[in-house]
Ligand binder design. Structure first.
Ligand code: ATP
Length: 519
């Protein structure tokens, strides 16, 4: 049995991995079989970035809403017909959890008749072979790939293939989806699929598209990495006016959208992961009337996304106001404000700020001030034994960074004056070497951490100062103190020097000595 769990874990971000475990646990506790399906499986196999997680459960996921909320997930919306939950899992992981179902289309233009189904039956209602795969997350078969339409081969061949001849007639939104995937992956439609696509286009099947599908596809545009390219293709294919009658590429704020994607990339490189989707929708519809934009908004299934888009300008104004006021009177205060602000708002304001002063502050936050962050006076700090091993180190490093930002530590004298009172007392001199068992015990005790005691965070990782430390790129210099021998390393030398003595009892002490020798 091919085991894709390893590949899955390798390809998912840590937050996505936690998301998979969470959904798996919630479904399992409710007695429902659960599978990772759709685009997530496709992207795991193809190597493209995994943007969201689609789960299919055998049962009704709408009953699991409370469990998800208790676990810290946000329910963005629900679809009662397909029994789908649109959730954001902790760590901003976008996910859909839907019920395994059969969709039976009896008449063109009429919604399908939906009934519960097995997973394999569910895969039969999918759009393209590459999206009709599932990965079991259930005990006994976890990691088993179900691929009844040989989607893996089409991924290999880089082809989009519908599952049957009626795919575009049954659900014309698949025409829009075909254009989107072809543009995103640069995968052509397989020959017969292309012929069906052309015929469907010629026969104007698109006019039978369901309203729910329109809203769903508009939302999907917001998650694209290159939405401008997709919307241009939609216009060329005639799909854009289907999504909204007055929508054209001329209504897009093209420079704004390009700048948004560039700034997002810069933020990603600095370790931030803002969700650009509300801002993408803002720029895509920038020149539509308020009424037209509001009509589009109403159709989006995720209500939280629709609201974030509606409120984005107001929230940006609030942040700009705060950045112009006392709260951001100094660089250090501005740093704190921008570090604690929602990253989505910082992203949006970075692109739209009209006041020069506000724009400059955001620019400094991303560039100049980060260079200051790299210039912590590490030699002086190490000299005073202020190293990452100290529990107070993060706070001290942060304070130094703030003072440096505000230009308050200009000379070495000023620096030492600030640091000296914070230095820990020098460590006591090492005890004189003892002979015999006692020496072994002392050496071993110095080497072996007490059982069950975890390394403190400060010991485990170098600390980057600044409130946005987690988001900052690791500064090479800030690693240095950790690499230097710390006072606690001294007794290890004593251990090596202690005369060897047999300990036939195989006690903890003798095992520790072996470990010490290996090192
Ligand atoms: P991505 O999220 O990367 O754009 P995706 O394949 O996950 O791609 P979604 O729109 O999230 O796309 O849909 C999830 C899955 O649901 C798809 O992979 C597909 O299997 C199925 N699906 C979505 N829309 C349709 C449709 N109109 N007809 C058939 N199956 C669909």
């Amino acid at each position: 049995m091919a085991d894709y769990i390893y590949t899955m874990e390798l390809r998912l971000t840590p937050n996505q991995q936690k998301g998979v475990t969470l959904v798996q646990d919630i479904a399992r506790a409710a007695g429902m079989n659960v599978y990772l399906t759709g685009g997530a499986v496709r992207d795991i196999i193809s190597g493209f970035a995994i943007r969201d997680l689609d789960f299919t459960v055998q049962g009704n996921p709408l009953k699991l809403q409370k469990d998800f909320e208790r676990a810290g997930a946000i329910i963005g919306g629900t679809d009662d017909d397909t029994k789908t939950l649109y959730v954001t899992l902790p760590g901003s992981v976008r996910a859909e959890v839907s019920s395994a179902r059969i969709e039976r289309y009896e008449k063109t233009g009429k919604p399908p008749i939906i009934s519960p189904a097995t997973l394999i039956e569910d895969l039969r209602r999918r759009d393209f072979t590459v999206n009709a795969m599932a990965l079991s997350l259930n005990p006994g078969s976890r990691g088993l790939l179900m691929d009844p339409y040989n989607g893996a081969a089409d991924i290999e061949a880089k082809l989009l293939r519908v599952l049957h001849n009626y795919a575009f007639v049954e659900d014309p939104s698949r025409l829009i989806r075909a254009s989107r995937f072809a543009a995103r992956f640069h995968w052509p439609l397989e020959e017969r699929t292309q012929a069906r696509y052309d015929a469907a286009k010629e026969n104007n099947y698109i006019e039978y598209i369901a309203n729910a599908a329109i809203g769903y596809e508009i939302e999907q545009l917001a998650y694209e990495d290159d939405p401008l390219n997709i919307i241009r293709i939609y216009e060329k294919e005639g799909w854009l006016k289907v999504l909204a009658p007055h929508w054209t590429t001329a209504k897009v704020d093209t420079p704004g959208l390009s700048q948004l994607m560039k700034t997002r990339q810069q933020m990603n490189e600095l370790g931030y992961a803002p969700d650009p989707s509300p801002a993408v929708l803002h720029f895509l519809t920038a020149k539509l009337s308020d009424k037209e934009a509001s009509d589009i908004r109403k159709q989006i299934p995720r209500r939280d996304l629709a609201e974030a888009w509606r409120d984005i300008e107001d929230h940006a104004k609030d942040l700009a106001k705060r950045l112009s006021g006392k709260e951001a009177a100094t660089p250090s205060r501005t740093w704190k404000l921008l570090s604690s602000a929602r990253q989505e708002m910082v992203l949006f304001l970075a692109v739209t700020a009209r006041q020069q002063a506000v724009a400059q502050k955001i620019k400094n936050f991303f560039t100049k001030w980060r260079q200051v962050q790299q210039k912590l006076p590490l030699p002086e700090m190490t000299e005073l034994l202020i190293t990452p091993q100290l529990p107070e180190y993060p706070k001290i490093a942060d304070d130094v960074f703030m003072l440096l930002l505000d230009g308050k530590l200009r000379s070495r004298t000023e620096l030492l004056k600030f640091l000296k009172p914070l230095a820990p007392p020098p460590p006591p001199p090492p005890p004189p070497p003892r002979r015999g068992r006692g020496a072994k015990a002392v050496a071993a005790a110095a080497l072996v951490p007490p059982v069950g005691k975890k390394k403190s965070k400060a010991e485990a990782a170098p600390v980057i100062p600044g409130s946005a430390a987690k988001a900052a790129s690791p500064a090479k210099d800030s690693n240095k103190p950790a690499a230097r021998p710390s006072p606690s390393a001294k007794p290890a030398k004593a251990a090596k020097k202690a005369p060897p003595k047999k300990n036939s009892a195989g006690s903890k002490t003798s095992r520790s000595m072996k470990t010490a020798k290996k090192h």
